[in-house]
Ligand binder design. Structure first.
Ligand code: COA
Length: 151
């Protein structure tokens, strides 16, 4: 598995990884636009094909994980853990002291990943996700103290 910083030219591969991981994927244009925003860093994992993606935004001393996703065929091999380590390193290197993310309360694999990395529950956003015909789902807000994290 190769992991490297995501550049705008990687937009097709980033979109491919995202489309494999999510029901409502971001397209190439989305990735180009987000990567052009100030404070945003991205990482792409490749294992022959596009395998995973992570994006982080740093604003002053706070950072936010914008997305992390791994293609089903590449899961449970440490790809997300490596992507998150890169994103957390970029956040800390960019001056962030804490990092937040939102995750669907029912997404036990992602919550397991984040808890394993040291994220703790910081709040709940009721009805945060629109699941179409399935209604709305609550989001768990999770936080990691980057000044203490063992990255
Ligand atoms: C969540 C996701 C990113 C994990 O990717 P992954 O590459 O399989 O994760 P890793 O192999 O790096 O796993 C790291 C740790 O996360 C936890 N984890 C990952 N998948 C898990 C699962 N299905 N059940 C429980 N824990 C899980 C485990 O602690 C795991 O460590 P272990 O394998 O040593 O037990 C992936 O399942 C995914 O893309 N899901 C769909 C998109 C998504 O939900 N993204 C998060 C949105 S907030």
């Amino acid at each position: 598995m190769k992991l490297h910083p995501a550049l705008p030219d990687h937009a097709p591969a980033l979109a491919s990884a995202h489309a494999q991981a999510f029901d409502r994927p971001w397209d190439e244009t989305d990735f180009r636009e987000i990567l052009a925003q100030p404070g945003v860093a991205g990482f792409l994992a490749e294992a022959g094909d596009a395998a995973g993606v992570a994006l982080v935004r740093i604003v002053g001393e706070e950072a936010e994980i914008l997305t992390v996703g791994v293609a089903p065929w590449a899961r449970r091999r440490g790809v997300a853990r490596a992507l998150m380590a890169a994103a957390l390193g970029a956040a800390r290197g960019g001056g962030a002291r804490e990092i937040f993310l939102e995750v669907d309360v029912g997404n036990l694999s992602a919550i397991g990943l984040y808890a394993d990395l040291g994220f703790v529950r910081a709040g709940l956003r009721r009805g945060y996700y629109d699941r179409g015909a399935d209604g709305r789902a609550d989001a768990l807000v999770m936080r990691l103290d980057l000044t203490n994290a063992d990255l």
